[in-house]
Ligand binder design. Structure first.
Ligand SMILES: C[S@@+](CC[C@H](N)C(=O)[O-])C[C@H]1O[C@@H](n2cnc3c(N)ncnc32)[C@H](O)[C@@H]1O
Length: 280
């Protein structure tokens, strides 16, 4: 791509049409993203360890009644949840398609001899196995999938749970997804960053598609040395709480409960996120 392609770009991108997500699974991008996951000055890619620790305790005490079980973590990142859960007696299988995160998570589990198995795979395609007491898909990633993939992921999760097993989701609220389309456009200059280790400009445009009810962010990355242009796009689907309920019950789930946060408490609300549990 060249700069002229940006000038001649089409208007608002159709949701998912120009790519479905930022390149989590690109090796170089995943190395840069791993630094963000492990940085404890902010809560961007993963939350700070002190917060995760509280959330893990809530999962262990309130959802699992302190009874050891088999846990599947979908989109596990560097395994910050699974490694802590396994120290409380649970055994974990974790899937993520970020190579750097999975390598890091495997190293940590090996170092501490934890019962965690880390698999490098796309959760849209992976076989989940079965007999899990709990399945997690947290920190907003639920909304990044299109309707077909979302139904497929929820159905596979249902089939992978044991009877009375729990699906734990942490999706965005409808309003939060709508707000992702603001501001309409922005740009930044980086000496190096997530998208490249070389200097680059990042141009971002955001759109709310009122028919699909999805926000799409389009990124143009302009290499500061060569002028080469790369394009990425990321879409998030908005759901009302009624739609979350319908989606989960259509896939067989019951006892669907909404919580304000991953500690169950309103005091720990993370803006735009909410928690849903559903039972098989
Ligand atoms: C926001 S991070 C959250 C990581 C972790 N759950 C946490 O809370 O610390 C989202 C994770 O989902 C992963 N992910 C996104 N889409 C995926 C897919 N289709 N298959 C597997 N992993 C995916 C990314 O690589 C990333 O590690």
């Amino acid at each position: 791509m060249r700069i002229l392609d940006i000038v001649n770009r089409m208007g608002p991108p159709l949701p998912w049409a120009e790519g479905d997500n930022i390149p989590w699974n690109d090796p170089e991008f995943s190395e840069q993203m791993l630094k963000e996951h492990l940085c404890h000055d902010h809560d961007h890619a993963s939350r700070r360890l002190a917060t995760i620790d509280q959330q893990v305790k809530w999962i262990h005490h309130e959802l699992l009644n302190c009874i050891p079980t088999r846990i599947l973590d979908l989109g596990c990142g560097p395994g910050l949840f699974a490694n802590l859960l396994s120290k409380l007696g649970h055994s974990c299988v974790c899937i993520d398609f970020s190579p750097a995160s999975i390598t890091y998570a495997k190293e940590q589990a090996l170092k501490e001899n934890l019962p965690c198995k880390y698999l490098l795979n796309d959760i849209r395609e992976a076989n989940y196995g079965d007999n899990f007491g709990l399945i997690l898909l947290i920190f907003g990633e639920f909304n990044s999938f299109n309707n077909k993939d979302t139904k497929n992921i929820v159905t596979k999760a249902y089939n992978a749970l044991q009877d009375n097993g729990i699906l734990l989701l942490e999706p965005h609220t409808f309003e939060a997804v709508k707000e992702m389309a603001e501001p309409r456009s922005s740009w930044s200059a980086k000496k190096k960053g997530l998208f490249s280790l070389r200097p680059y400009l990042c141009l971002e445009e955001r759109y709310w598609d009122a028919i699909v009810r999805a926000s799409t962010t389009r990124y143009y990355i302009l290499d500061g040395v060569t002028g080469d242009v790369m394009r990425y796009a990321q879409t998030a689907q908005a759901y009302t709480n009624e739609e979350y309920l319908t989606l989960l019950s259509d896939c067989g789930f019951s006892d669907i409960t909404f919580f304000p946060s991953l500690t169950g408490s309103v005091k720990e609300i993370q803006k735009g996120l909410q928690v849903i549990t559903a039972k098989k």
